[in-house]
Ligand binder design. Structure first.
Ligand code: MN
Length: 250
């Protein structure tokens, strides 16, 4: 299989390097990943200015842009042939629930799905070392064909791994609702402008059985299929039923 491997932590991240090492034994792996950490860049793409792609090894490019740029440009022709599969990760840090709105890892997988490719976003539930990467790497490598059979253009698969040597099992889940603890930290230099930093505690989650957070809390691998087309017929109908629009509805 021809695999496009990317991430949002940067091309030198051990999460990506370890996965590359495992996949390259039996697949044709192309790495197109940001040259520095672009975590939290969401689905941003670079428009109006050129983006640098620096070849750093055979089949490896460090990109000056975002994770979504990496997948977009790789599939539009940076790679001599179109990949069969897109894998983002392994991200060092969880991407649970609504984290996927901010996540560059999830965006890279979403961009793969937009381009009609089976795509995985893989994340490890730890913000600091030690990172237990052996299991995630083996899990992705060994289940690649099974994922390929299940994935379609309608969704990508968001995988979160508990940070332990041997997870308690695997659960198919839905994204949790995250509760962010963001706080503004301000710096005022002696001369000049105000500097702000988004600080605060780690996010929490609404406890709900069957969510990705619920699975990770129980030490299980979480598999969340994320539908990419943001249609919601129930909410549409609510608007359709409303009769008070200026100008009316057709
Ligand atoms: Mn990241």
């Amino acid at each position: 299989m021809r695999i496009l491997l990317t991430n949002d932590d940067g091309i030198d991240s051990p999460g990506l390097r370890r996965l590359h090492g495992a996949l390259a034994g039996s697949h044709e792996v192309w790495v197109v990943a940001p040259e520095s950490n672009r975590s939290g860049s969401s689905h941003s793409i670079t428009l109006g200015t050129p983006t640098r792609f620096r070849q750093v090894a055979e089949r490896e490019f460090a990109c000056g842009g975002t994770p979504a740029d990496c997948v977009l440009v790789a599939c539009l022709g940076l790679l001599p042939v179109r990949p069969d599969f897109v894998i983002a990760g392994v991200n060092l840090g969880p991407n649970l629930g609504t984290d996927i709105v901010y996540s560059g890892t999830a965006a890279a997988a979403r961009q793969g799905a937009f381009m009609g490719l089976p795509a995985l976003a893989c994340s490890l539930d730890s913000y600091g070392p030690p990172f237990h990467l052996d299991f995630p790497v083996e899990f992705v490598t060994r289940n690649l064909e099974a994922f390929g059979a299940l994935l379609s253009e309608s969704h990508f698969l968001n995988i979160n791994f508990p940070n332990r040597e041997a997870p308690a099992g695997t659960a198919v889940t839905h994204p949790a609702r995250r509760i962010y603890k963001d706080e503004l930290v301000r710096f005022t230099p002696p001369q000049g402008d105000l500097y702000c930093f988004i600080g605060g505690g780690r996010p929490e989650s609404v406890h709900e059985e069957g969510s990705d957070y619920w699975a990770i809390e129980r030490g299980c691998v979480s598999l969340s299929p994320i539908v990419i087309h943001p249609a919601n017929h129930e909410v549409e109908e609510r608007y359709r039923q409303a009769t008070y629009w200026m100008g009316g509805l057709p």
